[in-house]
Design a protein around this ligand. Structure first.
Ligand code: G3D
Ligand code: MG
Length: 183
């Protein structure tokens, strides 16, 4: 029998970086029509097949509306077992702001460590890319040292679907590892 886990994954990042589009893209062909609809909470359930033995159902939370990191309440982060930090590769300030999102997450979780991932979205806009891979790679190294576990990074396009499934698979895998205590 396959073992199934359900875990909350929060999408963090400035307005218009593509959080809702990424969520929509990943739920497109795996959408659970019976997903819970709670007022104020905008989430979808996405099953990720990890192996023959394990499946993790990601309960993906997305911030509704244009929200600044300072306005998101602790409730949004509560119980999160993973977080994806999303920025827009065409807007440098959305990359810089990841630090603020992370700080807020860390505070809200009382410094409890959970798997993290960095996503640079809108990579289809190659000519407008201002945040380089070198920069993101370095940041992911710093975060990995701080967190004590690997913080992967990926460049995605919610528009074309490029790297989206792969990214959520990597995230699901890391979250399952953490849940199973495989560190
Ligand atoms: P948010 O949920 O983080 O606020 P959205 O961001 O998912 O609402 O996306 C904001 C805008 O960016 C949308 O454009 C959306 O279509 C666009 N977008 C999201 N992902 C990508 C991507 O990968 N590539 C490109 N080129 N655009 C993307 P509009 O015009 O509807 O505001
Ligand atoms: Mg949104």
């Amino acid at each position: 029998m396959k073992k199934k886990f359900i875990a909350k994954l929060v999408l963090l990042g400035d307005g218009a970086v593509g959080k809702t589009s990424l969520k929509r893209r990943i739920t497109e062909d795996k959408f659970d029509p019976n997903q819970d609809m709670t007022i104020g909470a905008d989430f979808a359930r996405v099953p990720i097949e990890i192996s023959e033995d394990y499946e993790i159902i990601l309960q993906i939370w997305d911030i509704a509306g244009q929200t600044k990191f300072s306005n998101v309440t602790a409730n949004y982060y509560k119980g999160a077992k993973g977080a994806i930090l999303v920025f827009d590769v065409t807007r440098y300030e959305t990359y810089q702001n990841l630090f603020n999102w992370l700080q807020k997450l860390d505070q809200s979780l009382n410094h409890q460590k959970i798997p993290l991932m960095i996503i640079g979205n809108k990579i289809d806009l190659v000519d407008e890319q201002v945040v380089t891979e070198e920069l993101v790679k370095e940041y992911s190294k710093q975060l990995s040292d701080w967190l004590g576990m690997s913080v992967p990074y990926a460049f995605t396009s919610a528009k074309t679907g490029y790297n989206v499934k792969k990214s959520f698979f990597i995230m699901g895998n890391n979250m399952l590892d953490q849940l199973l205590g495989n560190f």
